[in-house]
Every structure is written in structure tokens, then in C-alpha cells.
Design a binder for this molecule. Structure first.
Ligand code: GAR
Length: 216
């Protein structure tokens, strides 16, 4: 099968994994999901991977105690053993060590539920509501050692509505995540991304509507 062998790392529900996998089945999509790895044995996304007939592995972070270097070494070994060339973090709720991040530099991509650099970290929807922002959204970015930082590949924005709850806002953002992540992974796999300092230049037209923008 054609396409750059890509691993998707999850910790939970796996809806972004599903969106990436569904997109990857389209003829000509430049990435192929070759492996799913979860750091939790109870991640519901593992069932989605099994249903899709994809190889899935669990590397329980709890088994490594506080030793992040050892966990990341085990992760790195599994990725190399499977011939993986790109890694997509999809709700992978675990900090990676600078050594791992550097080893996968510009081949490691993440989706974060905010318009970075606003609201890095956790509870982004509650914080967006508390801050009273009028636009919120999601970002796909190349991963750097600092949490939720790195060159941005794509962002999608949604309006924050007066009667929004955290759940309603999260659902609207998630729908955008499922659109921008497959698009950004395709650019990366097709070699259309050039990194200049902290800025990613994307040599591709953006096929999406107004509030979704590549870093052109
Ligand atoms: C997604 O909203 C993703 O952006 C977020 O976790 C959710 C995972 O959902 N990721 C982070 O917060 C990482 N900092 P999913 O398992 O259904 O894809």
C-alpha cells in the first residue's frame, strides 16, 4: 500500500485517529496509518483501531513510573520496528521528552484544541469561555519540546456563542479538528511543508472554507 507509514498515538476516545484513518483510505492520500499506540490499555480508541483492522499496541506509561526517558525509548523502539516515518499525536495526553521530540523533529505532529498560542495546556474550552474570547478553535502543529508549541500547519476557528457551554463549544471545535488534521497530515506526508524558524510554510492550496487557514 502506498503512503508514508504513519503512527497515531492516542490516550482516549480516538475520534481524531478515526478521522485520520478515514481520510487515509481515500485514493492518493499520501499517508498510511500503519500503527496505533496508546499509553493506556483502557483507551476506547483501541477498539476503533481493532475494528479498522489496524495494528495497535499499548505501552502503559504506569509501568515506567516517573521515568519518561524509558517510556519514550520504548515508544521510539516500537515506531522504528514498525518502519514508521511520521507520528501523529491525537489526544495523546502525555508529555514527551526533548530527546524524543528532537529525534522526530518535523515528523511529529499534534492537534491541540485551541487557537495557539492561546490556551496551551488543559481545559482549553473552559478557559476560552472564562476569557470571553469570541473565536476559539483548534491548531495542528509540529511538535517542539515546550508544551503545545511549534510551527503551526493549520488552524480552524469557530465562533463562541453567547449560550455556549464547555460541551457545546468542545463539540463545535472537535468537528473542526476532524477537518484540519487530515488536511495537515496530508501536507506533511506529501512533503509540502517547509519550516523556517518557528514558521511552517505550506505549499498547497487550502481546500477548506473561510475560517480554516493554512500557514501560507
Ligand atoms: C481532542 O480534542 C484533542 O485536540 C485533544 O484531546 C482530544 C482527543 O479527542 N488533545 C489535547 O488536548 C492535547 N493537548 P479524541 O481522542 O477523540 O481524538
Amino acid at each position: 500500500m502506498a503512503g508514508v507509514p504513519t503512527a497515531v498515538l492516542i490516550s482516549g476516545r480516538g475520534s481524531n485517529f478515526s478521522a485520520l484513518h478515514a481520510a487515509s483510505l481515500a485514493p492518493g492520500y499520501p499517508a498510511r496509518i500503519a500503527l496505533v499506540i496508546s499509553n493506556r490499555a483502557d483507551a476506547p480508541g483501541l477498539e476503533l483501531a481493532a475494528a479498522a483492522g489496524l495494528p495497535a499496541e499499548v505501552i502503559e506509561h504506569a509501568a515506567f513510573g516517573r521515568d519518561r526517558e524509558k517510556f519514550d525509548a520504548a515508544l521510539d523502539a516500537k515506531l522504528h520496528a514498525a518502519g514508521i516515518r511520521l507520528v501523529a499525536l491525537a489526544g495523546f495526553m502525555r508529555l514527551l521528552t526533548p530527546r524524543f521530540v528532537d529525534a522526530w523533529r518535523d515528523r511529529l505532529v499534534n492537534i491541540h484544541p485551541s487557537l495557539l498560542p492561546a490556551f496551551p495546556g488543559l481545559d482549553t474550552h473552559a478557559r476560552a469561555l472564562a476569557a470571553g474570547v469570541r473565536l476559539h478553535g483548534a491548531s495542528v502543529h509540529l511538535v517542539r519540546a515546550e508544551v503545545d508549541s511549534g510551527p503551526i500547519l493549520a488552524q480552524g476557528a469557530v465562533p463562541v456563542l453567547p449560550d455556549d457551554t464547555e460541551d457545546r463549544l468542545a463539540a463545535r471545535v472537535l468537528a473542526v479538528e476532524h477537518r484540519i488534521y487530515p488536511m495537515a497530515l496530508a501536507w506533511l506526508a506529501a512533503g509540502k511543508v517547509r519550516v523556517e524558524g518557528n514558521v511552517a510554510r505550506v505549499d498547497a492550496p487550502c481546500s477548506e472554507a473561510a475560517l480554516i487557514n493554512p500557514a501560507g
